[in-house]
Write a protein that binds this ligand. Structure first.
Ligand code: DAT
Ligand code: MG
Length: 135
C-alpha cells in the first residue's frame, strides 16, 4: 500500500556529511522523495514535532539538539514506507541498532542518532503537514 512518511536527516547527519548516504539508502530501497528542504528548526516547531516527549527528562536536550543546526526534511513515498523507513533506520538506540541499518552503521549516541522517520501513518500525516503544509 502506497504511503507517505516524514524523514529528517538530523543536524548531526548534516554536520557529518551523511545527507547523501541517507538519501541514497532510501532511494536504493525503492522509495521516492516527493518533497525536500534544508532548514534550521525554530523551538516552537521542534517542540510540536516532539510533543509526545514533552514530559521526558531528555526533552530540553532533544529540542536543543534538533534546533542546533540545519537539518534536511523530506517526504518519502512508497509501499509501506512508514515501517520500511523505520527498518532502514534501525532502533532508537544506535548501540542496539542492527548493523546494516543507518543508525547501526553510523552512530553510537541515542541523542545523536542521525535520522527521524514517522512511527505510524497518523504521525506521518501530522508531521508531513507540520513540515510541508502545502505539499
Ligand atoms: P525514534 O526517533 O526512534 O522514533 P523516540 O520517538 O522514542 O525515537 O525518541 C525521539 C528522539 O528522542 C530519539 O530519536 C532520540 C531522543 N531520545 C529518545 N530516547 C532518549 C533517551 N533515553 N535519552 C536521550 N535522548 C533520547
Ligand atoms: Mg519517534
Amino acid at each position: 500500500m502506497t504511503e507517505r512518511t516524514l524523514v529528517l536527516v538530523k543536524p548531526d547527519g548534516v554536520a557529518r556529511g551523511l545527507v547523501g548516504e541517507v538519501i541514497s539508502r532510501i532511494e536504493r530501497k525503492g522509495y521516492r522523495i516527493s518533497a525536500m528542504e534544508m532548514r534550521t528548526l525554530d523551538r516552537a516547531t521542534a517542540e510540536e514535532h516532539y510533543g509526545e516527549h514533552r514530559e521526558k527528562p531528555f526533552f530540553a536536550e532533544l529540542v536543543d539538539f534538533i534546533t542546533g543546526g540545519p537539518l534536511v526534511a523530506m517526504v518519502v513515498e512508497g509501499n509501506e514506507v512508514v515501517v520500511g523507513v523505520r527498518t532502514l533506520m534501525g532502533v532508537t538506540n544506535p548501540i542496539e541498532a542492527a548493523p546494516g541499518s543507518m543508525r547501526g552503521d553510523f552512530c553510537t549516541l541515542v541523542g545523536e542518532n542521525l535520522v527521524h522517520g514517522s512511527d505510524s501513518n497518523a504521525s506521518a500525516a501530522k508531521e508531513t503537514a507540520l513540515f510541508f503544509p502545502t505539499h
